[in-house]
Each structure stands twice: as C-alpha cells, then as structure tokens.
Design a binder for this molecule. Structure first.
Ligand SMILES: Cc1cc2nc3c(=O)[nH]c(=O)nc-3n(C[C@H](O)[C@H](O)[C@H](O)COP(=O)(O)O)c2cc1C
Length: 380
C-alpha cells in the first residue's frame, strides 16, 4: 500500500512540467531592477526553520510559507482572531475589500480595516478596477499597518468579474494590473502582491499565464503572486463550482517557479493538510495558501502550522482555553459598530467548525445554534 505522504507528493508533482516552457529574454535584467522589494521575504526564504528564531527576536515575521486564503464572509476579523489563537505564524489574508468601499467609507474605515495587533502578519486584499480608487484605498489602508497589500485577480463571481469588471476579469488586462500594482505600491509602505488564477475562459495556456506575470513584474514592483492553480470560467459556473470544476494544474505553478526565478510564488487550491503543505514546499513552493480547509476544519489544519511548517513550538492552548479567550474577544467587540454590528451570530460562526468531524460535533453545533437565540453575550 502506498503511504499517505507518497500519495500527497504525487498529487502535487509537476506532472507535465517538462512540456511547459516560456521564453522571457529580458526578464532577469528587468526583474533585478526591483530586487529591493520583498527584502524581508527574500532574506528568510530557503532558510531552515531552526535558524529563524533570531529573526523573530529581531521582531520580524516569518515568511508566508503558510497562509490562510482571503475568503469573503469567512476570513473576517472574528475568524482571524480564532485562527491566530491556533497558529501564531500563519499569514492571514482579509476578505476582499473593494476599493470603492474604502474610498466612500473613509469616515468609517475602522469597520472595514481595523484589526488587533495580534493578527500580524496580515495581508489586506483589495478589489477594484479603478486606478484612482485603488491608489486612494491603498493610501487609506496604509495607516492600518497591514504587512502586505494584495490585489484580487482571481474572483469569478458575476458581481465582481461581471458587473464589477474586476477579480478574474483583470487577467485579460495585464497592463492595467501592472498600473494598478504600481499605483497601490506608490501609496503604501509595504510589499504588494497579486492573487490570480492560472487562466480565464479559453485564455488558459501556460504562455498566456507567463505573459500576465511578465507584464506585471516588468512594469510594477510586484514580486509575489499567489496562484490558484485552476482557471476561472466567467460564465456558466457559480463561484463555488469555479473552486471545484476546473481541474487543478499544479504543473503551471511549478513551471512559473522555473521561469521566473526572481519572483515569489505561493501555491493555492485543493491543499487540505499540513502533509500536503510540506510536500509542496519540498517540491520548491515558496509559500502555500490554504482556504476552505483552514475555515472548515481550523483546529486540525492550523494546529500544526507553527511546529510542522515553521519549526517553532505550537501554542499550548487547548480548545477550551481558546474558547475562553475567544469569548472575551467576542464580548469586547459585540455591537461595537452599532446595534448588531457585529452580531452574536457573526461572532459565533467561526467557532462552529472548531470540533469538525469529531464525536459530539453535531451536538456542539446544535447547542451553539440554540444558544444564539437566547444569548446577549458570548460568555453566556
Ligand atoms: C467562501 C469563499 C470566499 C472566497 N472569497 C475570496 C476572496 O474574497 N478573494 C479571493 O481572492 N479568493 C476568494 N476565495 C478563493 C480562496 O481564496 C481560494 O483561492 C480558493 O478557495 C482555493 O483554495 P482552497 O482550495 O484551499 O480552498 C474564496 C473562497 C471561498 C470558499
């Protein structure tokens, strides 16, 4: 019988890697012009975790070897608070915040951008297709000290990529993305990154993906891409189907590592456990981003990140202690932005998955749900 690790490794192996080639004559020269970007990231990449202790003492974050994906309505402040209680070092991405929201709500920004200092390292994901608004949004967000600003070029939802003309649709216009990234970078003091798919609709060849990456790295300071390794289909599939139906092509991701050696790439899509995270890193992945598994099963997905990925002792908090700490957090923010903002339901939502697939999980969810109807405080 094949071992689990063998299966995971073969699942991630760049199967058609050798068939994927891309010629980018000028790329290295151009890339070197921007080599100052992501110094912090570069300086730590490739080091054995045991050598990282000193960097932490120096007050630097560990690199995004492991990150939790941006997920609308899921990776809000509440979920991130819970995630941080489980893993100290995972990088946490916010939900996408549309640039226009930030610009129009400039007097109410805490509601969209504030987070507690414990949530570092944290990345704000922006969405939008208006250069001026993206620049202003970056400027306003800069005051909140995020550790990186990211642009969403992967969301296929009709509201975003259709009516909104951003998200995955931006992959059709790499020149615009480069301009947007330059505008964002010019208005913030942290590194910038792009989260994209491997293609959109029938623009799904490896060469087209390379053209996209190349246009951005040669015309903007972007040096980090998060690649959701499946294409997006802009019509006919719901957002949820767009995360399942188009096949994962990890080989595109691994070919990018070869073709753009000066760029950092984080792999995303279909990775569900620490064994797979480490298998991807052994294959050369610079960083691994996990989405649904980190939300649907936060304890088992995040609990071993600090030790197994970063080589640093895992938090000793039990789930009971985590619940106690979360209760204190919940009561401190309940109704902070007006009646029901946030509501008990919003605050309790991330807890519902804490005992995923364990005996008593159904009972826990039913009791939590029943309690929601009568409680005025989380601690009740
Ligand atoms: C509920 C939900 C909301 C999402 N919202 C966003 C988003 O706001 N921005 C984004 O770039 N990706 C978003 N995604 C996609 C994830 O970031 C990730 O790319 C995708 O789920 C694949 O990773 P996974 O297989 O580890 O879940 C969302 C995914 C889910 C499940």
């Amino acid at each position: 019988m094949k071992s689990t690790v063998y299966n995971l490794l073969s699942a991630l192996a760049p199967l058609h890697y050798d068939n994927l080639t891309y010629c980018h004559k000028q790329s290295l020269k151009i890339l070197n012009r921007f080599s100052g970007q992501h110094k912090r990231f570069h300086s730590l990449m490739g080091k054995d975790p045991v050598h990282l202790e000193k960097r932490m003492v120096d007050g630097q974050y560990l690199p995004p070897w492991f990150s939790v994906a941006p997920m609308m309505d899921w990776t809000d402040n509440h979920y991130r608070t819970l995630a941080r209680l489980i893993s100290k070092h995972a990088w946490l991405y916010t939900e996408m915040v549309v640039a226009e929201t930030i610009v129009h709500q400039r007097n109410n920004l805490d509601r969209f951008l504030a987070f507690s200092p414990e949530q570092h390292p944290i990345v704000l994901q922006l969405g939008g297709s208006n250069l001026e608004n993206l620049a202003k949004a970056a400027e306003f967000a800069n005051a909140y000290s995020f550790d990186e600003l990211n642009l969403n070029c992967g969301c296929p939802s009709g509201k975003v990529a259709g009516h909104g003309c951003f998200g995955a649709r931006l992959m059709f216009d790499p020149k615009f993305v480069a301009d947007a990234m330059s505008a964002i970078a010019a208005n913030c003091s942290v590194p910038v990154s792009v989260k994209c798919r491997i293609g959109v609709d029938d623009h799904d060849s490896y060469n087209e993906l390379c053209d996209f990456v190349y246009a951005i790295v040669s015309n903007s300071p972007t040096r980090h891409f998060i690649v959701h390794a499946r294409k997006a289909l802009l019509s006919g599939l719901s957002p949820a189907e767009n995360r399942k139906v188009p096949p994962l092509k990890y080989e595109y991701y691994f070919a990018l590592l070869r073709d753009f050696p000066e760029v950092q790439f984080t792999i995303n899509g279909g990775i569900t456990g620490i064994d797979q995270v480490n298998a991807a890193r052994r294959q050369g992945a610079h960083g691994v981003m996990v989405g649904r598994a980190a939300y649907n099963n936060p304890w088992s997905t995040l609990r071993h990140v600090d030790s197994a990925v970063y080589g640093i002792p895992t938090s000793s908090l039990s789930r009971r202690q985590i619940l106690e700490k979360y209760q204190m957090y919940g009561d401190s923010v309940l109704g902070k932005y007006g009646p029901g903002k946030p509501s008990i339901r919003q605050l309790v939502k991330p807890l519902l998955n804490l005992f995923h697939s364990e005996p008593g999980n159904g009972l826990w969810k039913r009791k939590a749900d029943a309690a929601l109807r009568r409680c005025k405080y989380i601690s009740q």
